[in-house]
Design a protein around this ligand. Sequence first.
Ligand code: ATP
Length: 216
Amino acid sequence: CYTVDDSGTTFQRPSALPDISARRVLLFGGTFDPPHVGHLAMAQLALEQTGVDEVWFLPSPSPPHKADIGDDTFSWRLKMVETLLDGRPGLRAVPLESFLPRPSYSVDTVRACQNWYTQTQFFFLLGTDSLAQLPTWHGAEELSQRIAFYVARRSGHPFAATLDAVQSVLSDVRATAIEMPLLDVSSTWIRERLEKRLDVFGLVPPLVLDVWNAGP
Ligand code: ATP
């Protein structure tokens, strides 16, 4: 693990991480348990609409709000994301958070990216449900000063009202909506169906399902 502090220390980028020339990168953190069409749609539409060079899917080894998800499934979830993105230019799976402390806080991720890729401007992609939770995130204030957000629609959390509520707590938050149809699908709902051996009819591509079925 690398120490991630804000003392101005320069620490090296792990050589396993891409050496990129992209000038603008959109970071997309998630659990991806499993990745699904909602993740793919928001990333593809964000790639088209924001003018970033790349979207980086960053599977979280240890999401702070999900106690039952950990390092034991990280490689498996990463493999599913790699499979989902295979042959899709501009969308990349990056195991960046595996090099950072646990639990995986987005503020650590963003700080590390900005230190490791000094020529690159970073943005952050999330759904409106996650935006609503932002004030509860560890280091939320620093995070919102460091990075601007692009936000995908999710049911139950209208963008404008959610942003107003968040900005009443965190005045520095900069967020722009991605234009997209509402895709009311979640990994939780898909897992429930998969556990009952029910069809997920294209919400998860067949090759990703093969990885899911092989298990961690
Ligand atoms: P779970 O049901 O296990 O909590 P999830 O489907 O919400 O999973 P995550 O990997 O936790 O998926 O989500 C990563 C990010 O993608 C979050 O910011 C979430 O808001 C966003 N997201 C996930 N699914 C959608 C969707 N269908 N539409 C818009 N945003 C989404």
